[in-house]
Ligand binder design. Structure first.
Ligand code: MF3
Ligand code: CO
Ligand code: CO
Length: 277
């Protein structure tokens, strides 16, 4: 049995119950998520061949410090960086290092800032210089998957409707959906109930209610859906080493649909990608 509860009075840990947030909370999320979105906007011109992912990490740390925001991943379950940087066949949780990005790479940068206790979680894809047509198509398909997932968010529907919409589109485009990672409730906590699957059926999952806040963050592969985690305990890669991509937004369920908290103020969420816009 799924229970929903007033976020104001709920204990600050993941008990599996679903928090319903009020208008003040939505305002808090707006603020945190907009710091994240502005950082991701700045990174559009920062990312180019020769830049290392550690330099990206340092940029995001400094940007946070300058804007009253703490990177949520710093010392999160033993993770020691401010962002995740996932290149080419890395599905998610890539750890920034001193290796320079190369022309033709695609890199996901995932930033979560905590502002006044609210978690702003979002990620985007960044092409490094000129990329191949297959990579460009993967970015288009993945962005459209996210947008179709968001379009399925409305009170009364189940969270399974999000996954169903994403899976249907990804597979029609001969891509596959990663099963091992999912979206999540977010707000006062970084990772909270419910899990948001990016595959499945519309009649599965929990009923969406106004006040729920969660992420949608599909990881889409050009090859098979299977992943493995490297010996560093974090870096997840496609088993067949096929190219993979991810976009992530944080959304709040409203009376009529949803509010996307992590929209780009500069319109740079997926520059050059017209599908889904
Ligand atoms: N930001 C990621 C997400 O979308 C989580 C990163 S946790 C880390 O949920 F520890 F890997 F950084
Ligand atoms: Co997330
Ligand atoms: Co994220």
């Amino acid at each position: 049995m799924v229970t929903y509860l007033d976020a104001e009075t709920a204990p600050l840990r993941n008990t599996g119950q679903i928090r319903l947030y009020n208008a003040e909370a939505f305002e808090g999320m707006r603020k945190a998520c907009q710091v994240t979105a502005r950082c991701l906007d700045e990174l559009v011109s920062f990312v180019k061949p020769g830049v290392t992912t550690l330099e990206i990490d340092r940029f995001a740390f400094e940007f946070g410090m300058d804007n009253g925001a703490l990177p949520a991943t710093l010392n999160y379950r033993g993770y020691t960086r401010s962002v995740c940087t996932s290149i080419n066949h890395v599905v998610c949780h890539g750890i920034p290092d001193d290796k320079p990005l190369r022309e033709g790479d695609i890199v996901n940068i995932d930033v979560t800032y905590i502002v006044d206790g609210w978690h702003g979680d979002s990620s985007r894809m960044y092409p490094v210089g000129q990329i191949k047509r297959a990579a460009e198509r993967l970015l288009e398909v993945t962005h459209e998957c996210l947008m179709r997932g968001i379009a399925a968010v409305k009170p009364g529907a189940r969270t399974g409707a999000i996954g169903a919409a994403i899976q249907a589109y990804a597979e029609a485009e001969r891509c596959s959906v990663v099963r091992d990672f999912c979206g999540h409730g977010v707000g006062r906590l970084f990772h909270d109930a419910p899990n948001i699957l990016h595959y499945g059926h519309a009649n599965e999952g929990v009923e969406m209610r106004p006040g729920m806040i969660f992420t949608i963050e599909p990881m889409i592969n050009l090859g098979k859906p299977h992943v493995k985690v490297l010996s560093d305990g974090w870096t997840a890669v496609t088993r067949d080493r096929s190219l993979t991509a991810q976009y992530e937004h944080a959304v709040g369920v409203t009376e009529t649909g949803c509010e996307v908290f992590t929209l780009s103020p500069a319109g740079l969420f997926a520059p050059g990608i017209t599908i889904g816009k």
